[in-house]
Design a protein around this ligand. Sequence first.
Ligand code: CIR
Length: 260
Amino acid sequence: MTNPTYEFTRAITRRPASSITDGLRAEDIGPPDLDRMLAAHADYVAALKSTGAEVIELPPLEAFPDAVFVEDTALCLPKGAVLMRPGAPSRLGEVAEMAPILRQCYDEVREIKGPGFIEGGDILVTGREILVGRSARTDAAGVAELAEIVADWGHSLREVFTPEGVLHFKTDCSLMDAETILSTKRLDASGCFEGYRVLHVPEGEEAAANAIRYNNLVLMAADFPRTAEMLDREGFEVVQISNTECAKLDGGMSCLSLRF
Ligand code: CIR
């Protein structure tokens, strides 16, 4: 029996374009270096493939600086995919670029039509429900529209809140297995994970919370040794990938792929 929350056969990624230097960021800490980002991206794709999965690697999109962060364009579930409606105006057009790819992969592809907004980075699918964090990018109408779609496919959806100043819900958490969540203390303090087993990222390593469980592996950002040690102790097989360049654009491990 496979576990659809972390056992996957496919993933979609998109190589970063040179326009990545124009990517959105909350705070400017210097431009990302394309070559370094490409190298880290190749390591990321190689780690996904090492689990036996097929990775659909899409070409760069110069017109959309943030298009490397494919996760925000869709939600992939066992019964179908849902095209998102990003709250960042510069990212809205990325969805039409992803749509034909998902239509090749899925029999059923639905879409958030609006007027609400929702980005994939705000959605955490666990073993029992779909958690969606309202944020500066995801509003109540977007959450409500998604809730209706996924109810049809048998999922219950719970609206939660992304902490103020945090880009996406999953900036601060990730799924380790169907019942275990890796979270920052600040997000867990909101009470949204009651009933789950929660592992806290150590103080000062908050940026390590955006990881992904992909088949046998946990992919996490490099340079967070205490988090890596903790996950190792908990029995997870950890692969560390450089995230220095994506971090300049508030991106992390989950943003770089769609997994299904
Ligand atoms: C943005 O602000 O939209 C991008 N610079 C980063 C998106 C990160 N995506 C994610 O956390 N799912």
